[in-house]
Design a protein around this ligand. Structure first.
Ligand code: BES
Ligand code: MN
Ligand code: ZN
Length: 497
């Protein structure tokens, strides 16, 4: 399978060229003789291990170039620490780290996981997860590096896992990796290139996979009464858009699950202008929508047996002569009125109308929205978890389980009547901000006011998760694509279990 330019494959035999990465457990090399490798090298490998004092601690690696029996191979022993400290997620971590070791050094890399004790990964499929970790680490957004950095001289062409497992397992892996790549591309694009209209055009490309895509322009949204969403975009010369992406892979006539994303292509704060320092980060304020688009790609690419509709609200939040003001009152599509007290609390205004539209148009069984909604969620959860808010215990349990399985972590946050009371307005049905404290919960409460008939709904505040400030084992610095694997897993467990 090929994502971008790197091919991933399974093979039962060791290659005779390139790099072979062998993840090894701490202080376990001698007992196992590295699954016969040492014998094949006439003892050269364990001699090198002894001479270098290599223990196999996590983070340690030992390169042995061209030992006996492997004349054209660079062997790299990669320490992974003690077996009992390994977790399921380490399958992804190890794949990603192996890729990072080989990057720029080899065109072909193989990982031989035989020296790992597979029991450590009882709950996960080791071989495909190694490939997924490698693919996710291999991502690079270099399309705008025309002259400054020459293209990688030694691009990785193949990543092979030495295993007897069936290569069929790689089909889903590449669908998921493609979805994550798409989400990362969308988040990485600068906002002068990716704005609502151009973004909508990119969504349209999903039609090739059998997704039905519909784009609403401002005239249509005006007719529908989406004063809340349109108010956010009115300060920008870029027109707003609402895109629906419908995947009908399940039973005919069965109500879909709706995945809804905040797609603020740039958030200056509007008239409640953000400070200049760090404002560039706000190109990732469409990270929730990117997760939805990426997930729709993954689901369609792997032909998921489920009915899923993705909806993204695309706007640019700019100050300008026609921008909305603090103290404006807008009427949402639901008919509820909103007093705008801070134009920087715009994401909830966008989501409000998208939620209403989703319910009117699709009567979904459940709704999950994703949004880089509040700075406050990072105060609570740093870059470790997305914040989960829900009106429904079953749905929140499902999501927490999907988060555990996909390793896109969530933590449940409170959403109560008191939070709802905190957004009462003296002149309208609600105001768009609460008091200083509990900002993520009042934001969730605001969105909750647009859920009708107790439809099961969950809101994921992913402000801390859309962007990585440093390289992670299976994600290079930059856009993470957070949410794609989580949503894919949610659909899988709900419909395909
Ligand atoms: N897009 C921001 C939230 C954000 C901040 C995401 C930093 C990622 C990193 C959102 O639109 C926003 O500005 N929220 C305000 C809300 C406040 C005005 C109530 C915030 O969190 O400060
Ligand atoms: Mn904002
Ligand atoms: Zn925002």
């Amino acid at each position: 399978m090929k994502v971008n330019s790197m091919k991933t494959r399974f093979s039962s035999s060791l290659p005779s060229r390139g790099m072979i990465v062998i993840p090894v457990l701490e202080n376990k090399m001698k007992d196992e003789g590295l699954s016969g490798l040492d014998e094949k090298s006439d003892g050269a490998i364990l001699r090198a291990v002894a001479a270098a004092g290599f223990k196999g601690k996590s983070g340690e690696s030992l390169t042995i170039a061209g030992p006996a029996g492997f004349e054209e191979v660079v062997l790299v022993l990669m320490g992974v620490g003690k077996a009992d400290a390994l977790e399921d997620e380490d399958a992804l971590n190890i794949g990603g780290k192996a890729l990072a070791l080989a990057k720029g050094k080899a065109t072909e890399v193989a990982v031989m996981p035989a020296a790992l004790e597979e029991e450590a990964f009882a709950k996960t499929d080791l071989a495909p997860q190694l490939c997924l970790g490698a693919l996710l680490r291999a991502y690079d957004f270099d399309k705008y590096k025309k002259k400054t950095a020459p293209k990688d001289q030694t691009p990785l062409e193949t990543f092979t896992v030495i295993t007897d497992a069936d290569e069929k397992a790689l089909e889903d892996v590449s669908a998921i990796a493609e979805g994550v790549y798409l989400a990362r591309d969308l988040v990485s694009e600068p906002p002068n290139v990716l704005f609502p209209e151009s973004y909508a055009t990119r969504c349209q490309a999903l039609e090739k996979l059998g997704v039905e895509v519909k784009i609403l322009d401002e005239a249509e949204m005006t007719k529908l009464g989406m004063g809340s969403l349109l108010g956010v975009g009115q300060g920008s010369i870029r027109e707003s858009r609402l895109v629906t992406m419908n995947w009908q892979g399940g039973q005919k006539g069965e109500a879909p699950i709706a995945l809804i994303g905040k797609g603020v292509t740039f958030d200056t704060g509007g008239i409640s202008l953000k400070p200049g320092a760090g404002m560039e980060d706000m190109k990732f304020d469409m990270g929730g929508s990117a997760a939805v688009v990426g997930a729709m790609h993954a689901l369609a690419a792997r032909k998921a047996k489920a009915n899923v509709v993705g909806l993204v609200g695309l706007v640019e939040n700019m100050p300008g002569g026609n921008a909305q003001r603090p103290s404006d009152v807008v009427t949402s599509m639901s008919g509820q009125t909103i007093e705008i007290l801070n134009t920087d609390a715009e994401g909830r205004l966008v989501l409000a109308d998208v939620l209403t539209y989703a319910q009117k148009e699709f009567s979904p069984k459940a709704m999950v929205d994703l949004a880089t909604l509040t700075g406050a969620i990072m105060i609570s959860l740093a870059h470790e978890f997305g914040g989960l808010f829900s009106n429904n215990k079953d749905l929140s349990q499902e999501l927490l389980q999907a988060a555990t399985t996909s390793h896109e972590k969530l933590w449940e946050m409170p959403l109560t009547k008191t939070h709802d009371e905190m957004i009462k307005s003296p002149i309208a049905d609600m105001k768009n901000i609460g008091p200083r404290w509990g900002g993520s919960s009042t934001a969730a409460a605001f969105i909750g006011r647009f859920v009708e008939n107790e439809t099961p709904w969950a809101h994921l505040d992913i402000a801390g998760m859309a962007w990585a400030e440093k390289d992670l084992d299976y994600c290079p610095k930059g856009a993470t694509g957070y949410g794609v694997r989580l949503l894919d897993e949610l659909v899988r467990s709900r419909y395909e279990g």
